[in-house]
Design a protein around this ligand. Sequence first.
Ligand SMILES: [Fe+2]
Ligand SMILES: [Fe+2]
Length: 190
Amino acid sequence: MNKSLDIIHAEHRAIAAMMHGLRQIVAGIEKGRLKPDFELFRAMIEYIDKVPEKVHHPKEDQYLFARLRERSAEALPVIELLEAEHRIGDARIREVEAAMQQYEQSGAAGFAGFQAAVTKYIEAEWKHMNTEEHEIFPLAEKHLTAEDWAVIDAAFLSNENPWKGDAGQYEKLFTKIVNIAPAPVGLGPG
Ligand SMILES: [Fe+2]
Ligand SMILES: [Fe+2]
C-alpha cells in the first residue's frame, strides 16, 4: 500500500482503539463492574475529538481528497459525503459531551443517554473510516498519478509525528488515558 494510505490506516486504527476502549468502559458500567470516571471520559472524548479534527481529517481533505477530485468523477460523490461528515464531526462530538455532562449531573438516570450517544458516535465514525478504506483507497490507488502521490506523501511525511501535536499534547493526553483507564483498556485499577 502507498505510504500516505498506510499513515491514514494507522491513524484510523489509533482512533478505533480509543473508541473501542470507551465502548468497553461503558459496557463495564452497564454490567456494574465499573464506576463512571468523568475525568477519564473527558480525556477520551478530548482525544477522539481533537486528533481526528486537528491531525487526521485536514490531511485527507487537503491532500488526498483534493487530488482525487481532479482524477476521478466516480470518487466525487463519496468524497463529498466524507467531507460533509468531516464538517459535522465537531457537532457530533458535542452531542457526546452534552450527554456526558447530563450523566455527570443526574447520576445513574443519565447513563442510558450517555451510552446511546457514545454508540451513535462510534457507529458513524466506524462507517466513515470504512468508507474511506474500502471506497476511497482503491480509487486513489487506481487513479492517482506518481506525481500526485509524490505531493501527497511529501505532505504526510513532512510532519514526522503529527500525533505529538503542539508540545506533544496528544501524546501526553494518550499517556494519561492509558494510566487512568481501568484494565484491560488501560493500566488503571480494574
Ligand atoms: Fe475522514
Ligand atoms: Fe479518515
